[in-house]
Design a protein around this ligand. Sequence first.
Ligand code: FES
Length: 161
Amino acid sequence: MDDSIAIAPDQLVQRHAQPGMSLLAVLHAIQDELGYVPPAAVAPLARALNLSRAEVHGVITYYHHFRTQPAAQVTVQLCRAEACRSMGTEALARHIETHTGCRFDAEHQHGATVELESVYCLGQCALSPALMLNGTLHARITPQKFDAIFAAASKCVEVTA
Ligand code: FES
């Protein structure tokens, strides 16, 4: 059993893999519950959905949305697609890296405090540059606006830690 989760992978899959559900729907349900899809769930998922482990693993790793380990306490997902790029997202990315001391898309350790991810379009092109911070969407981000929302999120982490 994966020691990092409180439920056995077989039970986790049984809970979410209802008849007729697609693999993607089950993966979303698991990630919604745990915040990630534990690697130990791959084999039970394959058995439950009559797929190969390679097929399940392939889907999990193909979609950037799915995590295979818990997220950092503060996760910043910055849009780096065209509309946001035209509105200065690359300069903003450099500011965020300097401000946080982290690098975008770097491997992070389990239990890390801050994680920076590049994403490609958050559906807020008219309000670019856009980012998500711990799942909350923020638009028309400036360096000053980022500093304020990052400070607020970091304060919440300190309070709950
Ligand atoms: S390009 Fe950034 S939200 Fe669409």
